[in-house]
Design a binder for this molecule. Structure first.
Ligand code: 3PG
Length: 264
């Protein structure tokens, strides 16, 4: 697929046209002339709801995954779903990441697979093309915020300060990744709920089994992200049973959010 860096306007126009027409979409692909179209597919998927609050509320914990081998992707996703964590984030930190997302999206229908470590516009097209159901960025400089605002799937843009959170709120983002959570103040982020009551957060970075519940108890936290349910060493060892056990423990944290924001 062609690189699309710095060329988000044709993508935005294509997505806007599809949304306006209520079009069902599959992959977003580049034409030779630099414009974009949705590739017709035998089995198209419905346009996902643009509601990151509902997405984040589906689970108390979003596993943040670093996948080195594509062959690990499907058993890993199945192990996490079996443990009760159906929403997973595959980070763009390895050459295998995009193929891993494509494999999961094709083989594990009850898994909501998203793409994390999105740092540039080209990542958005590649992720959506592979079947990503949501996108996550570690931080969100203005050009990336513009591109993410046009994405056809829910987005959790990253922020680490109140000013960054406010800038993202101005662009209409409602649920933000707070990253890196522990070095950036940890559960003291609760204080942001008073001046910014309409913003919700998914803190990640330094969150582990021992402190996750404290974050989940905060009124402005919908879910947390972290690598602890599927650490790299267990993935490398192919110890998917242990990953299911860690996922089960993580899934039991904090209950689930109801539509009005309560945890059950
Ligand atoms: C992320 O991108 O969210 C982090 O790398 C996850 O952080 P952790 O490894 O400290 O959980």
């Amino acid at each position: 697929m062609r690189a699309v860096s710095g060329d988000s306007i044709p993508i935005a126009a294509t997505i806007a046209k599809a949304r306006a027409g209520g079009q069902r979409q599959s992959a977003l692909v580049a034409r030779r002339d630099g414009s974009y179209r949705f590739r017709p597919a035998a089995r198209t998927i419905a346009m996902p709801p643009l509601d990151p609050t509902a997405l984040a509320a589906k689970t108390p914990v979003i596993p943040v995954l670093t996948i080195e081998r594509v062959a690990d992707a499907v058993p890993l996703a199945r192990a996490l779903v079996a443990g009760g964590l159906p929403v997973i984030e595959v980070t763009l930190r390895t050459p295998a990441a995009i193929d891993a997302v494509r494999a999961i999206a094709g083989a594990v229908p009850d898994c909501v697979v998203g793409v994390g470590t999105v740092t540039k516009a080209a990542d958005i097209a590649a992720a959506v093309d592979a079947g990503a159901k949501f996108l996550v960025s570690p931080g969100t400089p203005p050009a990336l915020a513009t591109a993410l605002a046009q994405a056809p799937v829910p987005v959790l843009p990253g922020c680490a300060t109140v000013s960054e959170a406010m800038a993202l709120a101005e662009r209409g983002f409602a649920v933000l990744k707070f990253f890196p959570a522990e070095p950036s103040g940890g559960i003291a982020w609760k204080a942001v709920a008073a001046p910014l009551p309409n913003l919700k957060f998914c803190p990640t970075g330094g969150i582990v089994a021992q402190n996750a519940a404290s974050y989940l108890a905060l009124p402005n936290v919908v879910s947390v992200g972290g690598s602890w349910p599927a650490p790299k060493d267990l993935i490398a060892a192919g110890d998917f049973d242990r990953i299911t056990a860690l996922a089960r423990a993580a899934a039991s944290l904090g209950g689930r959010r109801t539509d009005d924001g309560r945890r059950t």
